[in-house]
Every structure is written in structure tokens, then in C-alpha cells.
Design a protein around this ligand. Structure first.
Ligand code: PLP
Length: 335
């Protein structure tokens, strides 16, 4: 089966499983898991921050970060279709009593700076308002790498109003590889960054939140409250460390495969292609129902998640030969 629905579907490799099995472990709630401690230090160093915290998921890392930055009754500004607003169950509002202030965003993940500026509320004396405390960005966004000058301008705007800035960097690794910049450069200027180890990298579980020593100490309190205090978590952290060391550089293969897929699809009549954007390609079918295309591909052992604009994602478990098989199946399905 070739599964193009998501890069979260990657399987741990044999080598990764061996490293997990051999990992030294301890009780991480006591701070005594050497493999978790090593992953936190390694990742925070790599991203240029003083401290890091392992979390079970990107959702948990983002939520702990937002809750560490904001008090009850504060608000965070966030893109209308950003993961930290639309796809995390409203956790900051439900569990943190933190109001989201969604801002319209472009398909490239960019919010208009004037719209951000207009939405910021920083008058503590005005007790009508929640207090804007945090701005959240996402990089990559739907596979798109945020322009560096936009990131710098958004950070500067937020800071000029006394806000802090968090990056949902679930796919920061893709942004770094695609732009030829280091992970630390992509993470520069943020007060906290979450990165995922389970998106395209093969790790079964895990994210790391990085920030200042004080912020991470606060995030650890929330992680415990959220049920994320783990015991012998080194088995998971070992996979995460392996994923960063062995599977980040090879994301360029996924990007090349996405480019091959986009080119091949654009040559098929009736297919409108948007992308490639790092490891993602978006397609619309003219004159064919997406669900029918999905069913035909499934009969050729290829999984897609049909939508008006169908997202196809290349990852660790999709080879260049697989891409060619996918193209042949699309040609046959759309004939
Ligand atoms: C951009 C982005 N941020 C955060 C997350 C959340 O990660 P998790 O599924 O590990 O909670 C995802 C998940 O796909 C994501 O795409």
C-alpha cells in the first residue's frame, strides 16, 4: 500500500526500532530518563534555545507552550486556518481559559500585518478586553515555507506591542531543508518553538517544545496536569533523536518526490496541480468526482484522502518508484 494521505503515517524503521529497544531509561517525571534528557538538550541546542521539553504530540507541545505564555483571560493571535487554532480541539480555550483571536490568513500561511496590528488589545485598563499576549505562526504551513522577511516583520510587530511569539514548527525541518537554512535560523526570533518527530521522520510519537529555562519549567507544570508526565519515555525519545539525526536531511528526497509527482500530474489532462510545496502537492480533478478517483486508486493499493483540493504528501515510506506507480494509477483512473 502506498499511502499519500499524510506524513504522520510513516513507520519506524528496523534501525529505529533497534535504537528504541536499546535505549537507557529512567523515570522522566523525576527528570531521570537519560534518553529524554539527552533529546531535550540535543533539540534545544539544535534550535538555539536554552531548554526543551519532550511532549507526546504536537498538540500537547503547542498547548503547553500557549499555556506557559498566557494567563487565564489572556488571548493569543493565530491564523484562522492555523493548526493551533483550527485543528487542536480548542484546547487553549477549553483547558487554559485563553481566548484565541483568529486572523485571516493566505494559502501561504501569511497573515496581513495590519490585520494583526488592528487585532492586538494591550490596554490592561480596558477591562472589556482579553489581553493579547502571544502571536502564533506556523512553518511550514500546508507545505509552504514562510518568507523570512514576513517572519521577522511579524515578530517585530508583536514585540513592539509587548507580545511574545510562538512557532508551531511541526514541519520546521522541511522548511530548513527546502530553504537551505539551519533549523536554528528558522527558529530564530521566537520565544518558543514546537517541532514534531512523527511527521515524515518515522518516529512513532513525539514533539519537543523549546524556549527559555523559565518558560519550559512552566510548560512542564502544564504537561503534567495534561497527563503528559511520562515515566520510562526514553524508548520514545530514542526514536525521536534517531529521527532527527538520520531522517531530517533525507527530507530533500521527499521534496524531490513531491516535485516529480506534481510534474507528472500536471501532464495528465483534467488535473489541476497546486505545488509542489516542500513534501506536499494539491490536486483538483476536472470532470471526475474526487471520491471516484480515490476508489480507483485504492483498487491499485494507493490511498489518498479525496477532497475538493486533495492533498498528497510524500514521506519516508514513499520511494521514487512509488511516485511513478502513483502517476501510472492516476493516468489509468482519469483515462
Ligand atoms: C502544522 C501542525 N501542527 C501541529 C500538529 C499536531 O501534531 P500531533 O498530531 O502530533 O498532535 C500537526 C499535525 O498534523 C500539524 O500538521
Amino acid at each position: 500500500m502506498i499511502d499519500l494521505r499524510s506524513d504522520t503515517l510513516t513507520q519506524p524503521t528496523e534501525e529505529m526500532r533497534a535504537v528504541m529497544s536499546a535505549a537507557a531509561v529512567g523515570d522522566d517525571v523525576y527528570g531521570e530518563d537519560p534518553t529524554v534528557n539527552a533529546l531535550e538538550e540535543f533539540t534545544s541546542d539544535l534550535l538555539g534555545f536554552p531548554a526543551g521539553m519532550f511532549a507526546v504530540s504536537g498538540t500537547q507541545a503547542n498547548l503547553c507552550g500557549i499555556m506557559a505564555h498566557c494567563q487565564r483571560g489572556d488571548e493569543y493571535l493565530v491564523g484562522q486556518t492555523a493548526h493551533t487554532y483550527k485543528f487542536e480541539g480548542g484546547g487553549a480555550a477549553v483547558l487554559g481559559s485563553i481566548q484565541p483571536q483568529p486572523i485571516e490568513m493566505s494559502s501561504a500561511g501569511v497573515m496581513d500585518l495590519a490585520a494583526i496590528d488592528a487585532a492586538i488589545k494591550r490596554q490592561p485598563s480596558m477591562n472589556h478586553f482579553a489581553l493579547s499576549t502571544l502571536l502564533c505562526l506556523e512553518n511550514t504551513y500546508s507545505g509552504r515555507v514562510l518568507p523570512a522577511d514576513y517572519v521577522a516583520s511579524a515578530q517585530e510587530l508583536a514585540r513592539s506591542h509587548g507580545l511574545r511569539v510562538h512557532l508551531d514548527g511541526a514541519r520546521l525541518w522541511n522548511a530548513a531543508v527546502a530553504s537551505g537554512r539551519s533549523p536554528a535560523e528558522i527558529a530564530q526570533g521566537f520565544d518558543s518553538v514546537s517541532v514534531c518527530l512523527s511527521k515524515g521522520l518515522g518516529a512513532p510519537v513525539g514533539s519537543v517544545l523549546v524556549g527559555s529555562v523559565d518558560l519550559i519549567a512552566e510548560a512542564r507544570r502544564w504537561r503534567k496536569m495534561l497527563g503528559g508526565g511520562l515515566r520510562q519515555a526514553g524508548i520514545l525519545a530514542a526514536a525521536g533523536r534517531y529521527a532527527i539525526e538520520k531522517h531530517v536531511d533525507r527530507l530533500s528526497v521527499d521534496h524531490a518526490n513531491a516535485a516529480r509527482l506534481a510534474k507528472g500530474l500536471s501532464e495528465i489532462p483534467g488535473v489541476a496541480v497546486d505545488g509542489p510545496f516542500t513534501n506536499m502537492v494539491f490536486v483538483e480533478f476536472e470532470g471526475a468526482a474526487p471520491k471516484e478517483v480515490e476508489a480507483k486508486l485504492l483498487s491499485a493499493s494507493i490511498k489518498i484522502a479525496a477532497a475538493v483540493s486533495t492533498r498528497l504528501i510524500c514521506h519516508l515510506d514513499i520511494s521514487t518508484d512509488d511516485v511513478d506507480r502513483v502517476l501510472a494509477a492516476f493516468r489509468s483512473a482519469l483515462r
